[in-house]
Ligand binder design. Sequence first.
Ligand SMILES: C[S@@+](CC[C@H](N)C(=O)[O-])C[C@H]1O[C@@H](n2cnc3c(N)ncnc32)[C@H](O)[C@@H]1O
Length: 321
Amino acid sequence: MTRHAADATTRFTLDYRSEAIGRSRIIHADCFEWLSRVPENSLHAVVTDPPYGVKDYDFGQIEKRANGNGGIWRIPPSFDGAERAPLPRFTALSKNERETLRRFFVEWGKVVKHALRPGGHVFIASNTFLSQMVFNALVEGGLEFRGQLIRLVRTFRGGDRPKNAEEEFPDVSSLPRGGYEPWGILRKPLLPKMKVSECLREFQTGGIRRISDDQPFSDVILSGRTPQRERDIADHPSLKPQAFLRQVVSAALPLGEGLITDTFMGSGSTIAAAEAVGLRAVGVERHANYYEMSRTAIPKLAALKVEAEEAAQEELEFPSR
Ligand SMILES: C[S@@+](CC[C@H](N)C(=O)[O-])C[C@H]1O[C@@H](n2cnc3c(N)ncnc32)[C@H](O)[C@@H]1O
């Protein structure tokens, strides 16, 4: 790593435990606190996969801060959430649980808006049951909705016959079998009357990077499930595949320069993807075990050559006929 590379991310360390990995940096912090403390208009893009376990959203303390005057708050020890909550059945969330999730994303949208440069993009993983509510909440937090990125991937959700009446209604499923994962594409609003070209010049943000001269980035990506060899490197329950993430991080920085941030870093798959394609990223994780895991997982995931294998897997799952 060059001295220049480390310097570009050092200012985001603040007083948290942190280390440089390649040209990127990982930070052990709560992202709500961290985002509110980094300089305004400093991050170029966010690519992230937030927690969707209801207990993860028990964040009364965060909301108190976010509704205040933008000052700094400290997370009480009980908030550290050392254990990961089991995934809820999203279809069965109570009204209160849905409201808690909504508030979580409104507040996250507000602190992201503070930290992002005008025109900076957010790519955020979601799921079919919650995406509509999550994207609305982010808009309420001040971000602009720019559409969805569809990760085509076979899931095991849905497709079942009505419970306890399977024989009576053999030709019916309660829900379609899931075949995609929706990712929200949002943006911090440009300055008033600013054009995308002006935003690109001033902030290096505002647009999405093309794949090539004749190919713009597409909002549908054919993807397989996360390969076993990536799971062997990073034992995180929500590990996203490198082949997919490398395409997303490449799109997130329109000029191929600046900083990508993953505020819910987990085991560091986004940071690894950025490293693999030669970009710089900052990852924030509050869970000590996952922070530790990312230290070793990022260089190994980044070193993987994934294209050929992933393409083969995709062909198996979505034969091109
Ligand atoms: C869905 S996982 C992301 C996993 C990641 N996609 C990967 O491939 O490893 C969400 C992560 O966010 C972390 N997290 C939850 N709340 C957080 C917060 N307020 N600040 C920082 N990290 C948080 C959780 O510990 C978890 O590791």
